[in-house]
Design a protein around this ligand. Structure first.
Ligand code: TXA
Ligand code: MG
Length: 325
């Protein structure tokens, strides 16, 4: 249980935020992955405001955030063995499970789909907010649709600040990339999004997970749209930084590790000087926000190894590189 005298929790703030959620308002709150934009999941009018504020298409369903495994029983008609095993092993944590929805889940939350996405965040402020609100919280990432996800309060303030009722400050998100999403059917488990929990770890617990072909899952999970998670500045993925030719442009570089040769006049950000994928994941969105705000003409992102969290990083970079902002 959380210690309510813990100064980090700012309990009065959480209480105020919970009141707003109960009253049908919108609160941005920290999770271990990225900041969420929360509303009462059982109040369709409140959820509708999330779509308005984010400019999010109504066909894009929203994850429900709960504080304990017992809430799964209420939200799904089929809390099967595999789901139970995943919840036990990985939640709270950066994983979301998609299961058949129960009647209590409003259609607006699931965009009319017969399934619902559920997760238990591990951030203490998020957990206390859910408990204090005495409901379940529907929350997408707190960014305008298609833009980079927020990992700091300033990101939320800058892009959505004047449209929402309150932002709970929890400092920097520790994981820094969205949750991994797994859909569990009767017959198989399916990956819907690479994220903060490496697929390899999940497979150790539930066996092989199918990675569907992209074009087949787009209508179901717009987080998998070919362009998403994108800065406004054009972004290109590149293997070797030394091959960049500035040609008079202002260049931004998102390097994976410390560079051997510095490119003069380029604005260089390094994900992890020693090439640590966990650190690189946590710094991906903050550094992309910084490069996007820096006024460069193009961002070159160096590719990272496609294992573990590296697959989530490359997934986001690929979608950002397809952007049409
Ligand atoms: O880490 C996270 O998951 C963050 C934090 C705030 O919890 N949330 C987040 O939400 O990334 P959002 O809305 O930005 O991305 C959720 C993705 C969307 O691409 C949505 O299409 C997919 O989850 N999704 C939600 N419900 C679904 C369902 N029933 N079936 C398939 N995909 C679903
Ligand atoms: Mg999002």
């Amino acid at each position: 249980m959380t210690n309510r005298s813990d100064p980090f929790l700012k309990y009065e703030e959480i209480k105020k935020a919970a009141k707003i959620i109960k009253g049908g308002g919108l609160v941005s709150f920290p999770t271990e992955t990225v900041y969420g934009l929360g509303a009462d999941a059982l109040n369709p009018m409140a959820v509708a405001r999330i779509f308005e504020v984010k400019n999010r298409p109504y066909f894009d369903p929203i994850i429900i955030h709960v504080a304990s495994p017992s809430s799964f029983e209420a939200l799904t008609d089929n809390f099967n063995k595999i789901a139970q095993r995943l919840v036990k092993k990985f939640m709270p944590g950066p994983l979301t499970i998609v299961l058949p929805k129960s009647k209590i889940v409003p259609d607006i939350v699931t965009a009319g789909l017969p399934t619902v996405a559920i997760r238990i965040p591990s951030n203490r402020i998020a957990l206390e907010l859910i408990r204090e609100s005495e409901t379940l919280i529907a929350a997408p990432s707190a960014n305008p649709f298609g833009y980079l996800s927020p990992t700091r309060v300033e990101h939320v303030k800058k892009h959505l600040g004047d449209q929402i009722d309150m932002i709970l400050d929890g400092g920097e998100c520790t994981v820094g990339i969205e949750s991994t999403i797994i859909k569990i059917d009767e017959s198989e488990s399916l990956l819907l999004r690479f994220g903060g929990l490496p697929l390899e770890e999940i497979e150790k617990v539930v066996g092989k997970i199918r990675i569907p072909e992209m074009d087949k899952i787009i209508p179901e999970s717009p987080g998998l749209l070919p362009y998403h998670y994108s800065p406004k500045t054009p972004l290109k993925i590149i293997e070797n930084i030394d091959t960049i030719k500035p040609n008079g442009r202002r260049i931004g570089i998102l390097a994976f590790k410390a560079l051997q040769n510095n490119l003069p006049n380029a604005n260089i950000e390094v994900l992890s000087p020693n090439g640590d994928l966990r650190e690189a994941t946590a710094r991906l969105f903050p550094l992309l926000h910084r490069l996007d705000a820096s006024g460069v003409d193009i961002i070159y992102a160096q590719s990272v190894p496609e294992v573990g969290l590296g697959r989530a990083i490359m997934d986001r970079l690929q979608r950002a590189s397809n952007s049409n902002f």
